[in-house]
Design a protein around this ligand. Structure first.
Ligand code: M6R
Length: 610
């Protein structure tokens, strides 16, 4: 959740750290800070607010340091104020730490440390850790060892960077549950919670694993386990460009990412869809294909938007493969002692590949003997590395906190998997070809919807003061409705609920009156007529209807107050197309309400805490 960046090398670290924090600000943005070693002294500068507030605080101060660490925070323990902002330091102000994660046994450690005379000043769990390191430093020869020893006493999750003025040329980094990646440069080394902060400086990276500690100088790095075993790490190459993580002329990352969808969907399909054979080829699944073909049951686990994609996947997989599919919130799955039978395969969906609940669900599934398959965007992320096999969605970096292009690419990849498994389990080739053709046409159909943007903007203007919204759809457009409602909630702070359209009469219909906007996703599919009846029920109660309907549907005009037209798509893949106008509607309403769409309040891009 928090952003972390560190630099040691021949250049001035300050602009590098600030720029890195700006790239990482989507991970957390309630305070920011730096710790620098300058002329042998350790200084900490921190401020509640955004990175820009930290920049203002620094002002014209002539900071020049060849070693520093920077942090942008998403508060867990202690309110977001100047004091609780990271970095934190020890009693003697010799050691500074930045941290992403939660130290679960911090209360026990705090009591012990206070008893030993440490003065704890903030409400954070992180400050406890720096005092623990201070304690260990008394008996260890160096900072690297002190950090390692301290971590042996810690329960919880962490990605940390630690520096000390006694060893002014070193950064010690450690990870358990919160990602850290080291960037290797010439006469300099960097480390960050996300490769986005490194890509400007180097493409050579080393991913730290859970339980590993690294010590970086300008010219070297060493990695050990916290139990003192040396490890040789593999150097990997970052595959994305700087351009991909910049706004490229759009006002917001979210809008850019919405518009990138024709390309991101194309990238998800590239080299994988065999249109003429009516099937798909997914190299990442090859090690587990036999198991997958014989699967008795598929369980999909994920959080948030990825969970909505999983629900869409359930409709497609069950219809095309006949394999029963269960979808579970990762946060529930991990604690409910799930029953895993031989022959069960668990799919784990995550854009970031770092979501703590999803990662824990993956580990739970694996510990019970399931074969685990990842559907992940961020290459080299923890979930991608810990699954037995997987398919990258290749949506490219998603910076906007509200997930958009990852959602449509997750569904695209689930469609490819459904097609591959379906063909293996008896789906005839001609039907496979029809589906493959439909999949191939998705990017073009999505691009067409952008022609509706100004119409959607007008609708947004009309409804910007609404206090509630209901989203209704049936079949695989029920999860589309859930996703539409989530997008609106996240970025406009309007209360919104998604329901299966027919479920409305069992309760939510009580909410319908002339002030209630109801968004219907109503493509011309097998249950079109049924959804029209649900629309009649809303209309009869004076609800205001916004319909997402097919281009050639004229019947809808007499029922809806507003119609947003989308191209016809084979019903399983419809959510890819139908979710685009819902993303745009949420975006334009949020803009009309003056909300910060890329950094909505209380949220963070990657939720690496429970
Ligand atoms: O990175 P993940 O896909 O694992 O993230 C899961 C959710 O935290 C995420 O989808 C969240 O719901 C987004 N803010 C949705 O826009």
């Amino acid at each position: 959740m928090c952003g972390i960046v560190g630099y040691v090398g021949s250049r001035n670290s300050v602009p590098i750290l600030i720029e890195g924090l700006q790239r990482l600000e989507y991970r957390g943005y309630d305070s920011a800070g730096l710790a620098l070693i300058q002329d042998g002294s350790l200084m900490v500068i921190k401020k509640a607010g955004k990175v820009v507030d930290l920049v203002d605080l620094i002002g014209d101060a002539n900071l020049c340091s060849h070693l520093g660490i920077g942090h942008t925070r998403w508060a867990t323990h202690g309110e977001p104020n100047d004091l609780n902002a990271h970095p934190h330091w020890d009693c003697n102000k010799e050691i500074a730490i930045i941290h992403n994660g939660i130290i679960e046994n911090y209360a026990t450690l705090k009591t012990k440390l206070e008893h030993d005379g440490h003065r704890i000043l903030t409400a954070t769990d992180t400050e406890i850790l720096v005092h623990l390191i201070e304690e260990m430093y008394k008996r260890a020869d160096d900072l690297f060892t002190a950090v390692r020893l301290a971590l042996l006493e810690v329960e919880g999750a962490y990605g940390i960077l630690v520096i000390s003025k006694r060893e002014p040329d070193k950064i010690v980094a450690a990870r358990k549950g919160s990602p850290l990646v080291i960037g290797l440069g010439e006469n300099e080394n960097l480390v960050a919670s996300d490769a986005a902060a490194l890509v400007d400086h180097t493409r050579q990276v080393v991913y730290l694993e859970d339980g590993e500690v690294a010590c970086l100088t300008a010219s070297s790095f060493v990695t050990k386990t916290i139990h003192d075993q040396e490890i040789i790490k593999q150097v990997e190459e970052i595959s994305f460009d700087l351009e991909q993580i910049e706004k490229g002329g759009y006002e917001h990352f979210m809008l850019k990412e919405i518009h990138e969808q024709p390309e991101s969907i194309r990238n998800s399909l590239r080299g994988r869809l065999l249109v003429h054979d009516g099937t798909a080829k997914l190299g990442g699944l090859e090690p587990v294909l036999d198991t997958l073909y014989k699967a008795q049951r598929i369980i999909i686990t994920a959080c948030g938007t990825s969970w909505h994609a999983a629900l869409v996947g359930k409709y497609m997989l069950e219809q095309l493969t006949g394999i029963p599919v269960e979808v579970d919130y990762a946060s529930e799955f991990r604690y409910r002692n799930p029953v895993i039978n031989p022959g069960d395969v668990v799919f784990v969906i995550s854009q970031s590949g770092e979501t703590a609940d999803t990662l824990a669900a993956l580990r739970e599934a694996k510990s019970k003997g399931a074969t685990a398959i990842g559907i992940v965007n961020v290459v080299g992320s923890t979930i991608a590395r810990e699954t037995d096999a997987g398919v990258y969605i290749h949506a490219g970096p998603e910076i906007g906190v509200a997930s958009t292009k990852a959602f449509t690419s997750q569904i695209t990849v689930l469609s490819l998997i459904s097609l591959l498994l379906g063909r293996n389990r008896g789906l005839p080739q001609d039907q496979g070809c029809k589906l493959a053709n439909d999949l191939q046409s998705l990017p073009e159909k999505v691009a067409k919807i952008f022609g509706e943007a100004s119409h959607i903007q007008d609708i947004a203007e009309e409804f910007k003061h609404a206090q509630n919204f209901i989203y209704l759809g049936r079949g695989s457009n029920f999860p589309t409705a859930l996703e539409g409602a989530l997008k609106l909630k996240e970025i406009s702070y309007i209360h919104a609920e998604g329901y299966p359209a027919a479920e409305m009469k069992h309760g939510p219909i009580a909410l319908i009156d002339e002030n209630m906007p109801v968004v219907f996703i109503v493509p011309k599919d097998a249950i079109y007529e049924k959804v029209l009846s649900n629309m009649q029920e809303v209309r009869a109660r004076k609800g205001r209807i916004i319909a997402v309907a097919n281009e050639d549907d004229r019947e809808i005009d007499s029922l809806a107050d507003h119609v947003i037209r989308v191209p016809r798509t084979y019903s399983y893949f419809g959510p890819v197309v139908n979710s685009i106008p819902l993303q745009l509607l949420a975006y334009y309403i949020a803009i009309a309400r003056g909300c910060n769409v890329d950094q909505p309040r209380n949220l963070a891009k990657s939720v690496t805490v429970e």
